[in-house]
Design a protein around this ligand. Sequence first.
Ligand code: PGA
Length: 254
Amino acid sequence: MRKKLVIGNWKLHGGLARNEALLLGIRGSDAVARIDAAVCPPFPYFQQAVELLRGTSVTVGAQDLSAYREGAYTGEVAGEMLADLGCRWVIIGHSERRQLFGETDAVVAAKVGAALRAGLVPVLCVGESREQRESGAAEAVVAAQLEAVFSAVGAKALSGVVVAYEPIWAIGTGLTATPDQAQSMHLFIRNLLQRIGVDAMGVRILYGGSVNAGNAARLFDEKDIDGALVGGASLQVDGFLAICRAASAAVTIE
Ligand code: PGA
């Protein structure tokens, strides 16, 4: 069964007072009752989110983690440390990390391995650029990103990830993939996972890229869209809850 999953990626936003208002607004809502909902704050606010969401169904994830477990790696945060604090999910391979911080497929694969070792659920981001889509290479790009992780961790481990399809041209731009475009890529991803030996019917595939209150419901109606990874709209209580409500109203795939 694939329960709908909505994850808020706060990116580099927040502050104690602002976070508190957001978290208190989310935690009391019935919009999150029938789905899995999570927030991913910046590291310094991780514990604040855990504390304010304790006893609720909303869980907390991280936006990144180290490929290393411990040692002389200044500035790094290990999956085991996050797990210690109550972390459930970790976003890995977001296009901003790939593009702005030079994360290669090999680094992404190592981080997926590190997350699984620590008992966290990797939210593995894949997606093509505008040029790649326009030149007809979107599926090949996404396939190569998934295969790089598969060859490092194997099919069994890959069964334990959430995949987030995030076309780069749709992130933070206000341009969303149409439900048809997104569904077609999600189906491609599911078939590819199945072909390489993953039990793909159980893998949740989220869509990300300018998801908001206005477009979420139509996306969630698609058969292979199991939820959303939400950036900008997750910073407002109303925006995030409207997306959660749309997910609640959509059918859970048995
Ligand atoms: P956006 O970001 O919703 O602001 O487009 C999505 C993401 O980067 O995960």
